[in-house]
Design a protein around this ligand. Structure first.
Ligand SMILES: C[S@@+](CC[C@H](N)C(=O)[O-])C[C@H]1O[C@@H](n2cnc3c(N)ncnc32)[C@H](O)[C@@H]1O
Length: 279
């Protein structure tokens, strides 16, 4: 069994260090409330003024969309990669009947915040929830430790998506399943990365990486995962996110350019599911 020791901590890219350290993206009014994702807005009426409550409801719905796809979940061990403030891991534990939930994040300050925000759950269910420092590309876990693995809106920060896929294939047990949700370039057109850097500061400054869906699918398959399924959910993400922003941010600003990138075909939001074959 390969047990990664974590003796040499994986380097945190400077832009990630800043965004989730001093920058504290999760405390910005754009994201405040615990979740740091663009939300899954299906079922929310967009033809009325949207509130912060709607935005947080959509972000929790993103977790429920992903966790629901991992069914059955009762009594299983699950790993969340890039857990941020840990409120989604608490949803997994509270609503999906997992026996144990592990939240992994590369940023120590995020994990400090996760510990504070979830102090109550950690105190009540110490045997069932933990937050662990470490990188998606070099996970500090043994082979086959998990039945399920998910990651929500974190893969755009991973420097080495191929290493992440290999680690998914390693830490999942045979028969285990993975669900990744996030924003990716939909095709292999090499011009997309440059266009994203023009539109979106976070691609220009290196916080986000223009990973493509073909590369993610190929990486999962090379890691031995089977049944890879890609679903575009952009229609349930970008219009709601942009509608919520419309009263506060001008067209052409960073958060509003995501919808533009989606309409142009440069970027979309996807779920990508796969499983580790039994034999
Ligand atoms: C946009 S936040 C998403 C948090 C959470 N999944 C949510 O939806 O609320 C991305 C998180 O991924 C973490 N992260 C970035 N690069 C990582 C890596 N290589 N390995 C593990 N976590 C990483 C960041 O520290 C941050 O907490």
């Amino acid at each position: 069994m390969t047990q990664r020791s974590g003796a040499t901590p994986h380097p945190i890219p400077p832009a990630v260090q800043e965004a989730y350290g001093p920058g504290d993206l999760g405390s910005m009014s754009l994201f405040g409330g615990g979740f740091i994702n663009f939300g899954y807005w299906q079922g929310i009426d967009l033809d009325r003024p949207l509130t912060e409550h709607d935005r947080i409801t959509s972000q929790r719905a993103m977790y429920r969309h992903v966790l629901g796809a991992l069914a059955p979940t009762e009594g299983l061990r699950v790993l969340e990669v890039g857990c941020g403030l840990g409120v989604g891991a608490a949803v997994a534990l509270g609503e999906y009947g997992f026996a144990h939930v592990t939240g992994l994040d590369i940023h120590p300050q995020q994990l400090e915040r996760a510990g504070r925000i979830n102090a109550d759950v950690l105190a009540r269910r110490p045997e069932q929830l933990r937050f662990v420092p470490g990188a998606a590309e070099d996970m500090p876990f043994g082979d086959g430790e998990f039945d399920r693995l998910y990651s929500i809106e974190a893969a755009q920060h991973f420097r080495d998506l191929g290493a992440f896929a290999r680690e998914v294939g390693r830490v999942l047990r045979p028969g285990g399943r993975v669900e990744v949700a996030g924003f990716f370039v939909p095709d292999a057109d090499p011009a997309r990365a440059g266009r994203l850097a023009e539109l979106l500061d976070t691609f220009a400054d290196g916080l986000d990486v223009a990973h493509t869906i073909p590369f993610l699918v190929g990486s999962l398959e090379r890691a031995g995962l089977a049944g890879v399924r890609v679903t575009s959910i952009g229609a349930s993400v970008w219009p709601g996110w942009d509608r919520w922003l419309a009263g506060m941010w001008e067209p052409g600003t960073w958060p509003r350019n995501f919808l533009r990138a989606y309409h142009e075909g440069s970027l979309d939001y996807f779920t990508v599911a796969a499983e580790r074959p039994v034999a």
